[in-house]
Structure formats: C-alpha cells, structure tokens
Design a protein around this ligand. Sequence first.
Ligand SMILES: Nc1ncnc2c1ncn2[C@@H]1O[C@H](COP(=O)(O)OP(=O)(O)OP(=O)(O)O)[C@@H](O)[C@H]1O
Length: 244
Amino acid sequence: MNQAAEAAIHCRGLCHEVQGRVILDRIDLCTDAARVGVVGRNGSGKSTLARILAGLVRPSAGQVRIHGIDIARDRRAALQTVGLLFQNPEHQIIFPRVDEEIAFGLRQQGLSRDEAGRRASAMLDWFGNAHWSDAPVTELSQGQKHLVCMMAVLAMRPRLLILDEPFAGLDIPTRLQLARYLDRASVGLLHISHDPADLAGCDRVFWLDRGRIVADGPPAPLLARFTEEMQRLGGLDDISDLAG
Ligand SMILES: Nc1ncnc2c1ncn2[C@@H]1O[C@H](COP(=O)(O)OP(=O)(O)OP(=O)(O)O)[C@@H](O)[C@H]1O
C-alpha cells in the first residue's frame, strides 16, 4: 500500500519552550528504522514531541525533516508525509459520519470531493468495513472510533505514522487487531508510549526524560533499563514531579 516502510526521521537540536519553560531540550533523534519507539514517563514531553514531528506545533528551535521534508516549513508536503494518531479519538474526529471523517484529510490534501469519496470507500473496503460508510460516529465503540481514526490517517497514505499512545484504554484483542492492521499497512511507525510492552517490537527505542533523550538503542536492553528505573521511582514517596 505504501512505499518502503521506514521512518526516516532526522530531528536535530529540537527545543521547545512554553512561556519560558523548557518542554523539549536539544532533542537529536535521527533514524531510518522502520519501527521507532519513544518511551517516557508522564510529563516527559512525548505528546509535545509527537505534535512537533507531525507539524502541528512549531518548535522554538531546531530542525525536523521527515523523508527530507522540512515539517515546520512545508505544511502541504508535511500533510502528505506524516500522520498522527492521538490517544483519544475524540480529539481527532470532527465529522458525524464515518465516510465524511475519512474523506476530510483527503480533501485537505487537495483531492476533489469525488476522489476523496472514492479513496474513503476503498479504505473502508480494505478494512472490511464498507457497511460503516454512513454510520454515525457516535454509535461506534471506543475501539471502533480508534479504527476510524486509523483509516482516516492511513487513507492519506503517510510515509510515517506517529502513534501517540493510541491503544491506551483498549482491551487486548482490540489492541492486537489494530496493531495487525498497522502491520498490513506497511507504513513507517513512530510509536510513543509510557508502557514498555507497547514498544517491544520496535527496531530502535529512544528514552525521553524531562524533555531530553537520555538513551537510545535496541528495545530489549533499553526497555529493561527503563522498567527498572520506573520501578525504582515507583518505590519512592516523592510525587512532586507530577506537580510539574
Ligand atoms: N501548551 C502547553 N502549555 C504549557 N505547558 C505545556 C503545554 N503542553 C505541554 N506542557 C507541559 O509540558 C510537559 C510535557 O507534556 P507532554 O504532554 O508533552 O508530556 P507527555 O510525556 O505526553 O505526558 P503524558 O504521558 O502524561 O501524556 C508537561 O509538564 C506539560 O505540563
């Protein structure tokens, strides 16, 4: 369905401040791996990084290139290149009907109404859900809403799909099914999560802590170190960092 599945992320010296507070601090994240993970605890800056990489937020400094596209500068090319799946489908879904929701991103990419409608139908067919076409989104379960978001993003044929903990709160079969759909789509993935279990299948994982990349490498040793550190922190009584 897609071109070669690689993430092709080249992010150098990325900094982000909000009202004088540093949220991301000199992030270097460069990789051509197909499946990239970013692990970090609550408040470490994961969602901010996801939004910057997807071009939704302009960083205070630094450069982000995805497949050679300068994401902050070239919005039109960014829309063709990067997709983002949010944790909460309610933050993504705008339209009352499934087919309208899927066609929306395609219209944003400049497709005619007819062509967007055709591509939306093809995407529903590909997922075996043609019968959802005129279904009201409000009547879908949370897992089904996640699937609508996934279809809407994949219909845009991004080369990199950023997953900002989209499977949190879903039951195990639903998570496995959605993960299998992503495998079939053969798109480069950047999976962001606080849960090491989500990232075990990645080719390379970056550890984000208080806005900085503190380690990166193959998933098994890195996630083991992360888990050990999270358990150590969990054993402490200090929760002051949650007051952030
Ligand atoms: N628009 C904003 N204005 C002010 N502070 C912000 C803004 N966005 C994020 N932050 C702060 O930046 C820090 C990182 O937030 P972010 O949502 O990126 O972290 P996260 O790792 O995704 O957290 P979680 O796992 O809890 O969702 C937090 O302390 C948050 O309060």
